[in-house]
Design a binder for this molecule. Structure first.
Ligand code: NAD
Length: 356
């Protein structure tokens, strides 16, 4: 089993190092190969997704990814910016289904900004489409406005698009995920305003005929944002498009105490996947040894479950994370009075010890 290790930028290297430590402590034989990506790819090879890195990602059975991005690259042309690496990997490997479980561990109830009665016991799953929508739709760019009240003025424009096959494949993934959980699926759209999302809703309803055991409902994205902070436990599985999913999953992250707790899996049709924390490269805390590595460690557990068919090892990691939390160990983002503040490496080592 070959795992491509792509640490990336900012806190990427610090947190991925901890996840690799945990994987190595499982006693399984993994072949790993590390390659630069994002700003690190640009520095090493003049491109955020160097050819060698893309080749490695294609060959590997699974990819463990840290994060990319740094403000120092903001002046580069868009095609060379670090963030293009993750968009390129998602597109090149057809990683269209993004799973973001938002689980609140009982020990972190106090770390959430919401009242305990609103969030305790939270266990929801956001399924985000990752290959389409306004993030990839063409045409896009800058031009002189061809019409409208400011005709002739400079304007920026992007295109929101979803084809029927794209919606159908993410719908099937989401219904199947809901079937394995609470059998409730909420499709989040903006069908009241956008043609793309009226079409999305129509296809969701059509696909639902194949899943009579799953209850489907629909919610506008603005209402979904409100409900996520008002009564998040009412959700079971949420399925939505690329942009809405990007925003809603960050909101869901805070329910779990910190974005540093939220893992993710991005899968293709054959369950090959890229596994990364839901957060970015956090340049504000990079190099300080204080980043929370648990989202990355939990992403490695998802990798074992979804791509490497090692569910017992995935359980071991998840149980070890629960154990270190119950021991009271906390990185600063989840620290509360009465717990023990630890750094990135100490947290990683504690998870390794807890595996035993
Ligand atoms: P971010 O997620 O990097 O950081 C947001 C806030 O959360 C910061 O205060 C940061 O310190 C904190 N944070 C994030 N991860 C943490 C962790 N593990 N432990 C403790 N605190 C943590 O988002 P941002 O600041 O908007 O973006 C920074 C860079 O990351 C940008 O260049 C952005 O484009 C990039 N980004 C990359 C990805 C990715 O690689 N998939 C995703 C989102 C953002």
């Amino acid at each position: 089993m070959k795992i491509a290790i792509l640490p990336g930028d900012g806190i990427g290297a610090e947190i991925v190092e901890q996840a690799v430590k945990v994987l190595n402590a499982l006693g399984q034989k993994f072949e790993t190969e590390t390659a630069p990506v994002g700003g690190a790819g640009y520095e090493a090879h003049g491109h955020p997704l160097p050819d060698g890195t893309l080749k490695l990602a294609k060959e590997a059975d699974a990819i463990l990814f840290g994060a990319v991005g740094d403000w120092k690259y903001d002046a580069l042309e868009r095609a060379l910016r670090p963030e293009q690496a993750i968009l390129g990997l998602r597109k090149e490997l057809t990683l269209f289904a993004n799973f973001r479980p938002a689980i609140l561990y009982p020990e972190l109830v106090g770390a959430s900004t919401l009242k305990p009665e609103v969030v305790s016991g939270l266990d929801i799953l956001i399924v985000r489409e990752l290959n389409g929508d306004i993030y990839f739709g063409q045409p896009r760019g800058l031009r002189e406005a061809p019409d409208g009240p400011f005709k002739g003025a400079r304007e920026g424009f992007d295109t929101m698009r979803y084809s029927e096959p794209e919606i159908r494949r993410i719908a099937h993934v989401a219904f199947q995920a809901a079937r394995k959980r609470g059998k409730r699926l909420t499709s989040v759209d903006k069908a009241n305003v956008l043609e793309t999302f009226q079409f999305w809703k129509d296809i969701m309803i059509d696909v639902s005929k194949d899943y009579p055991d799953v209850e489907l409902d629909h919610m506008y994205v603005d209402n979904a944002a409100m409900q996520l902070v008002r009564a998040p436990k009412k959700f079971d599985v949420i399925v939505t498009g690329n942009m809405f999913g990007d925003i809603l999953s960050d909101a869901a992250a805070m329910l779990t105490g910190s974005i540093g707790m939220l893992p993710s899996a991005s899968l293709d049709a054959n369950n090959k996947g890229l596994y990364e924390p839901s957060h970015g490269s956090a340049p504000d805390i990079a190099g300080k040894g204080i980043a929370n590595p648990l989202a990355t460690i939990l992403s490695a557990a998802m990798m074992l479950r979804f791509s490497l068919n090692l569910p017992a090892e995935a359980d071991r990691i998840e149980n070890a994370v629960k154990k270190v939390l119950s021991q009271g160990l906390r990185t600063p983002d989840i620290f509360e009075a009465g717990t023990t503040r630890v750094g990135t490496a100490e947290m990683g080592e504690a998870v390794v010890r807890a595996l035993a």
